[in-house]
Design a protein around this ligand. Structure first.
Ligand SMILES: NC(=O)c1ccc[n+]([C@@H]2O[C@H](COP(=O)([O-])OP(=O)(O)OC[C@H]3O[C@@H](n4cnc5c(N)ncnc54)[C@H](O)[C@@H]3O)[C@@H](O)[C@H]2O)c1
Length: 269
């Protein structure tokens, strides 16, 4: 297994699970997030277990910050082998009611964050030549349609097609970089509290007056659905296995495949 992994959105949830798993596998981990306190807590925890950790405060929606993440990684460890573009946020209301700030915030983190990651890291990985992996976190909502989570779905569909394009183009070039796209269903994380990281400049004046519980999987009982979801450690195990096996689409909830088939059938009909 490779030895340097960079994870964005590492302070919580799936990102934290990935950092813990990679560290447990003996990798050096670079953990990046906007939330400094939980990031420092994770770094202390991993270091106490003997891991080598670099913490880089990073807002993935900012290209300079992601470039800095790449520079700091290479300065500290001289190489990068796994990049997990994982940071993400959600915000939900009928699609025509979303404010420009909603669009800018969610696309900025979920889609531009991945774009910045690719622009900063792929050229360095190509130059390095070692076997590398890029894991982009999309969602089952990047593979299906329907109502609910409009901006989130736009962003995650973008991440899926971006990953497909990247994988094909790297393969055509004969590059030693494998791409994976993580498409989970519910996972027990802090995603429903995404507002905690919403920048002041991108607040929506109406945000707190509306109900915007996400409707993921067609259900409004969001909190209960999430609590019944997978743990971040289980998702990290799927990712670890996909890296070992060269799997491109990482499905964590096989029961959702029916949902994907339904959409494809509707398209073809
Ligand atoms: N939880 C789920 O059910 C689920 C399902 C499918 C996909 N996902 C995706 O998994 C990824 C991780 O989310 P999670 O569920 O672990 O939620 P989470 O809230 O626990 O973790 C997300 C992390 O991203 C960080 N973050 C937010 N904005 C950021 C920014 N601008 N720059 C850097 N970091 C930022 C947060 O501080 C947080 O630590 C997201 O891309 C999310 O869309 C989650």
């Amino acid at each position: 297994m490779s030895n340097v992994a960079v994870i964005t959105g590492a302070a919580s949830g799936i990102g934290r699970g990935l950092a813990e798993r990679f560290a447990a596998e003996g990798m050096k981990v670079v953990i990046a997030d906007v939330e400094e306190a939980p990031l420092a807590e994770l770094a202390a925890d991993l270091s106490a277990k003997g891991a080598t950790v670099l913490t880089v405060k990073t807002d993935v929606s900012n290209p300079d910050a992601v470039e800095n993440l790449a520079v700091q990684t290479l300065d500290a460890f001289g190489a990068v082998h796994i990049l997990c573009n994982n940071a993400g946020v959600v915000c939900s209301r009928p699609i025509w009611e979303h404010t420009l700030a909603d669009w800018e915030w969610v696309l900025g983190v979920n889609l531009w964050g991945v774009i910045h990651g690719i622009r900063a890291f792929v050229p360095r990985m190509l130059e390095q030549g070692d076997a590398c992996h890029i894991v982009n976190t999309a969602s089952i909502l990047g593979l299906v349609g329907g109502g609910g989570e409009g901006i989130y779905k736009v962003s995650k569909h973008g991440v899926v097609v971006l990953s497909e394009t990247l994988a094909d183009e790297l393969a055509q070039k004969g590059a030693n970089i494998q791409v994976h796209v993580l498409c989970p269903g519910w996972v027990r994380t802090g995603i429903l509290e995404s507002d905690r990281n919403r920048p002041d400049a991108l607040q929506s004046p109406t945000e707190r007056t509306r109900s915007h519980e996400p409707i993921i999987g067609g259900s409004r009982n969001t909190r209960a659905e999430m609590e019944a979801g997978l743990s971040p450690a289980e998702v990290a195990a799927h990712v670890y296995n996909a890296i070992q096996n060269g799997t491109f689409y990482i499905h964590t909830h096989p029961e959702h495949k029916a949902w994907i088939r339904e959409r494809m059938a509707r398209i073809l009909e």
